[in-house]
Every structure is written in C-alpha cells, then in structure tokens.
Ligand binder design. Sequence first.
Ligand SMILES: *[C@@H]1O[C@H](CO)[C@@H](O)[C@H](O)[C@H]1NC(C)=O
Length: 268
Amino acid sequence: MGNGITYCSLLLLLYLTLAPRVISNGVDDVLRLPGTEQKVEEEDDTVKVFAVIKDIAVGKTIPIYFPYVKDPSVYEFFPREQTRNIPLSSAALPHLLRFFSFSSDSPQALAMRQALDSCETMPPKGEVKQCATSLESLFDFARSVFGPESGQPRIVRSSPVSKSTPPLQNYTVTESKEIATGRILPCHYKPYPYALYYCHFQQSSEDKVFMVSLVGDDGERVDAVLICHLDTSGWDADHISFRLLGSKPGVSEVCHFFPALDLVVIPS
Ligand SMILES: *[C@@H]1O[C@H](CO)[C@@H](O)[C@H](O)[C@H]1NC(C)=O
C-alpha cells in the first residue's frame, strides 16, 4: 500500500512537471515514434549509413541516409529533478501507461516496453551501458567510463536535415576532422515520453569519431558525426555493413553516420 502511495505522488509530480508538454502536444503526439516515419533500419539495404575512412576525403561523393526529425524537442533532456524520481523499470510500466493514458497494446506502450527492456538487458561482454534520462546522469556516466582525468565531457551530434531534403541522397564531403579516439560513448535515442538515451561504452575499442561537413545534391548542408570501428576482426561476417561496403571482418574499418537523434559523448 505504501508503495502505491509513493507511486501516486511520483506520478503526480511527473504530471505537474510534464503536463504543459503533454497537453500542448496532444497525447498521441507525446511519443513520436520513429518507427512510423524516421527509423534508421541498418538492416535495410536502402538505408545508407555505412562508410570507410577513405569515403570521407574532401571532394568525395557518397549516398547517405539522414532521417528527418519532425520535432527536435523530443530529444531535449528534462532537468534531472524532473526525471530522477520517475521509476525507469518494466515493473513500473503498468503505472506509467495508466498515467500517460496509453493502452497496453498501443504503439506507445510497445515503444516504452522496448526501451525499458533494452535498459534492463545485460550488455555484451566487454561493454558497459546505462540509460540516461538527464544531461547530468549522462555526464556522470561519461566521467565514470572516461576516468577522472578526462575533463568535462562534450556532446556531439549530427545537425538535423530540413524537411524538404530527401532522406537518401548523394552528399559531397567539404571538410572532415577527427575529433576523438579511443574513449567515446555512443548514445542511442529511444522513443519514450521524455528524452531517454541508451549509452554503451566498449572498454577496449579502437574507435574514432569524425565530424564530417557535407553538402547534399539539393544544397542541404549537414555536419555529421561519423563513428569508425577500426578493429572489426571479431565481427560476424554476415554483418550487413560488410555486404554494403564489399568488405570482410578484419579487412577494413566500419564507419557509420549518426542520425541527429543519436549522440556521442567524447572527452573535451
Ligand atoms: C548518387 O550518384 C551516383 C553516381 O552519379 C548515382 O548512380 C546514384 O544513383 C546517386 N544516388 C542517389 C541516391 O542519388
């Protein structure tokens, strides 16, 4: 019973803090599900997000898929005080669904269930992960994996593309620079009623992050984050990236562009 009361007060707090947003967007709009219009399916052949380092030499042209983000506010973090007390667990899902008025078979419920599942699943060996629901928790996690001498962490993300830009088109590289190596923390956007990122850190990875300036066939300019995995020798030969890049495990690095919804934390 005590727990029930705690939930009620937490949900009231949640309601009071999130209400303006919930109401102004309309409940159906609270969770703008990427699945309906902007999902990056790396399995899908038509979705071009993979590259190798020589593809980003200045002057090169490559097809890249950048999904349009209808409302960038979906990925803005709430202050920690507003989300720290909201239970982030599958066990609390029935309460959360009731609060948000999502029926348990709605697409929103499915998205929330998937997000919570991924947050509760053990990461692969050699990896640590955390789901972050505020900037402060994201930075705390970044500091803990980068180490105390790493300084203030910094977020980098791709700039959003305009609505009129075709999601898949050819882009020409106008500039590219390496901005981090080794210690990088990639974080993936998960559809949820408030900003939720799944962040995972590979302890022994030889990864690099590049910032690549691009101009599309339609004139659209994008500053894109590219992550390159240099050691692919342990990868599954059937990984889609090898087919798309015409490569094999251990033969070449595999890089992929990040959509504007995702982010990477790097040491400053
Ligand atoms: C990109 O350019 C190549 C070479 O001109 C062309 O074959 C291809 O269809 C273009 N791709 C897109 C998505 O426009």
